[in-house]
Design a protein around this ligand. Structure first.
Ligand code: ADQ
Length: 734
């Protein structure tokens, strides 16, 4: 890979501090910074983010900070105190963080904070544009920058842009509460690839996109109006060797000795997190309390080492949480403690790596019980640190990590009794069993480490960009469009085959509402009035509809996907003798599916029955559509019928009759010097396929198709037809 990698995250991997007027630099905490720290530099990359101190505190020092950071391939995004308050502590941590972790009761919805969030995302975009260009791979991280992919896409349409969310993506029922849900989804869809830790988050995201923006997907590939966006699972890994080898380091060995002297011969239960309400610390304390109460034999035999890193200490809910935790620990230590033993050793601070590694090594049990967690790296770091494969991980089902770490003791963190019981099971587990579980866990962590995670993400985002480019090359514009118009202008006999719904007009909820507007009628009429043109409208609609709407425009018509044809103002004729008796067998099956699917309805045409579900709940609709198809399958075979799956419709009609077959009636009246067919859905594929080799076939919208070209909307198709009219009218005036 030769492309440069630009990482954009809220924070840089380096944090600055100010002590007695002097700036100091130290590595940022957290898995992302340590894991990707070496990776992006190997890719000749740049990391953009906030260095951690508000601009007011570093006035006049910006340049020296920037040039120091430049040496580390970092580019700072400076934020003022107000921006930090409203964007970071505000919208990011008072709105998105609680909502995405299902803490609806903690979520504030304030327009002022949203405005700040937008502005700061824009600011990140501007800084990024000073560094990045269209040849780069830009990888945006996390919930603070949800709008950034869209903003970047606007300025760098051809850049390779990936986005990864480190926290959960909540179910639609939660996400829909957000007043700015649309803007957020649209922002994310600016990326080529959107990645999540687990398949559940992927599912939730796809469902929100479908319900809120109306974009469908196939195997996680979303087709928006003019782009493809892939959504996929990439469970983050850790820097495995860093933890696996830590126990060899002299400073870690020394730390283990020191801690052992302090804790004595007791069993060590370890808990490590940022002090955040999502991490379930109070519930964990309740469980430990219950464990000591129910198992007096363990008193004085165990110590819970609770490491809590101060976090977002200026946000109210965090201040309350800190108080609650302090009090609870005090109560437990007071209630059970003895002269030489405190049940809980509480470290409210960020601990240096040797201490963390020493604790991971010593701990007999790791108690990792978040109420909700995107992934949770502590669980992985603990297992990776176990050289002798001894130690038991008690892990919350609500952590993304539980999806990959099935060998841990999985618990529901809200079920205090279950957690207390798991603690006992863990302390009493046979060594053989511990080894068996840990060996399997470790193998996976070693294989899928953070570099592999990043590598796979980058590979995927590049391949999606490739696909996107292939699609764009098929777009009928520029030279391709000029050639098209040139050939058309030369043609003495031109055949123009057009679908209606979705091609000349956008979809509506009910088919009868899609009445053609004056513009479309005008365009068709003018096109048909050019003597060298033959215009055929090939639709799935009933002939009565077409007759009423387009009967007097001088164009030929095809109704019901090829069943009825009308040429040169002659009466309608059937393409071949057809039966209708099958309807009695099919209708009752469709009716059952209408009753079971609010919003669905049946449309009856002379030779077909159509089950519509555009107005139904999109997920239920597509499940019912699949069920209906299954239910119809046997019967349709017996009657020689075919099932067409169009856009939000299932249509049953006689087999072998299709738009392609109908089109042959006109194609065979050649020779033509120019043939074009334009359509948007599945039923138009038969049409594209039936065309002669040299014909132009155009699909409206993106996605796989037999058509040679794409156009992105009915508006553009109308524009194209107007161009065609203009050319020929100009010619005849010359
Ligand atoms: P976090 O919520 O920060 O991350 P987590 O995944 O557990 O949670 O990562 C914490 C990191 O900080 C770990 O690497 C750990 O070693 C370190 N750490 C914790 N306590 C520490 C202490 N006292 N001193 C020093 N270091 C400490 C977010 C999401 C997670 C997701 C990650 C990565 O909330 O769900 O796993 O991003 O995607």
């Amino acid at each position: 890979m030769n492309k440069r990698l630009i990482i954009i995250a809220n924070r840089l991997p380096v944090t600055i501090n100010k002590k007695e007027g002097k700036i100091t630099y130290h590595p940022s905490a957290g898995g992302l910074a340590t894991g990707l720290g070496s990776f992006y530099r190997e890719k000749k990359g740049v990391w953009l983010g906030w260095p951690g101190l508000a601009s007011e505190k570093i006035r006049g020092l910006e340049e020296s900070i920037s040039s120091y950071l430049k040496e580390l391939d970092c580019s700072p995004v400076f934020l003022t105190q107000r921006q930090v308050e409203n964007f970071y502590l505000g919208f990011s941590n008072k709105t998105l963080w609680p909502l995405f972790h299902y803490f609806v009761q903690y979520t504030t919805f304030e327009n002022r904070l949203w405005e700040a969030y937008k502005r700061v995302n824009r600011h990140y975009c501007e800084v990024a544009l000073e560094v990045a260009n269209e040849d780069d791979i830009i990888w945006v991280h996390d919930y603070q920058l949800l709008l950034l992919p869209g903003m970047l896409r606007e300025k760098l349409p051809k850049a390779t842009i990936g986005f990864f969310l480190h926290i959960p993506f909540p179910s639609f029922e939660i996400f829909r509460l957000l007043p700015w849900r649309r803007e957020i989804l649209e922002g994310l869809l600016g990326a080529d690839l959107v990645g999540f830790h687990t398949y559940d988050y992927v599912r939730h995201f796809l469902s929100s996109v479908r319900r809120i923006l109306g974009y469908d997907h196939s195997l996680g590939l979303i087709t928006t109006r003019n782009r493809l966006v892939k959504v996929d699972t990439f469970p983050i890994g850790i820097d495995f060797l860093r933890f696996a080898r830590a126990a060899e380091l002299p400073e870690v060995k020394a730390e283990i000795q020191r801690l052992k002297r302090r804790i004595g011969n007791r069993k060590v239960i370890l808990s490590v997190d940022r002090l955040d309400y999502t991490k379930g610390v109070p519930k964990r304390l309740e469980a430990f309390d219950l464990f000591l109460e129910k198992n007096p034999q363990y008193r004085e035999k165990v110590v819970l080492v609770m490491v809590a890193v101060p976090s977002r200490t200026k946000v109210d809910h965090y201040i309350q949480l800190k108080r609650e935790v302090d009090e609870h620990i005090g109560r437990i230590n007071g209630r059970y403690g003895t002269l030489g033993w405190s049940p809980i050793l509480y470290l409210y601070r960020s601990v240096p790596f040797p201490t963390l590694a020493a604790l991971y090594n010593m701990a007999d049990v790791a108690l990792v019980t978040p109420l909700r967690d995107g992934m949770n790296l502590v669980a992985k770091e603990y297992i990776a640190s176990k050289r002798d494969n001894l130690g038991v991980l008690v892990l919350s089902e609500m952590a993304g990590a539980a999806r990959e770490m099935g060998e841990a003791l999985l618990v529901n963190p809200f079920n205090v009794g279950e957690v207390a019981q798991a603690l006992k099971t863990a302390l009493e587990m046979e060594e053989e069993e511990q080894r068996e579980r840990n060996i399997r866990l470790k193998e996976r962590l070693q294989r899928y480490n953070v570099r592999r995670w990043a590598g796979e993400f980058i590979e995927k985002v590049e391949s999606i960009r490739g696909l996107q480019e292939e699609m764009e090359e098929k777009c009928l514009r520029g030279i391709l469009l000029r050639r098209f118009l040139e050939e058309y202008s030369q043609a003495k006999r031109a055949l123009i085959l057009l679908d209606y719904d979705g091609t000349l007009t956008s979809f509506t909820d009910r088919p009868e509402k899609a009445r053609p507007d004056n513009e479309v009628k005008e365009v068709l009429k003018s096109l048909a009035s050019i003597p060298t043109n033959r215009v055929v409208l090939i639709s799935g609609r009933k002939k009565e509809n077409l007759e009423q709407w387009f009967g007097n425009l001088g164009i030929d018509l095809v109704a019901e996907h090829g069943v009825w044809l009308k040429e040169n103002q002659d009466p309608w004729e059937l393409i071949e003798p057809l039966k209708q008796d099958w309807k009695e067998a099919i209708r009752p099956i469709m009716e059952v599916h209408v009753d079971r699917t609010p919003g669905a309805f049946i449309e009856e045409k002379e030779f077909s029955l159509v089950w519509h579900y555009r107005k139904s709940d999109p997920e239920m609709g597509s499940i019912r559509a699949r069920e209906l198809k299954d239910a119809l399958l046997n019967i349709t075979e017996n009657f020689n019928l075919t099932i067409l799956e169009g856009s939000k419709v299932i249509e049953v009609k006689p087999a072998n009759i299709n738009k392609g077959m109908a089109a042959m009636r006109w194609v065979s009246q050649g020779p033509w010097d120019f043939v074009v067919a334009i359509g948007d859905d599945w039923t138009d594929e038969d049409l594209f396929e039936a065309l002669p080799q040299e014909a132009y076939s155009i699909k409206v919208g993106f996605g796989l198709s037999k058509a040679k070209f794409n156009m992105d909307s009915p508006q553009r198709v109308r524009g194209l037809l107007k161009e065609m009219i203009k050319i020929k009218t100009a010619e005849s005036e010359e």
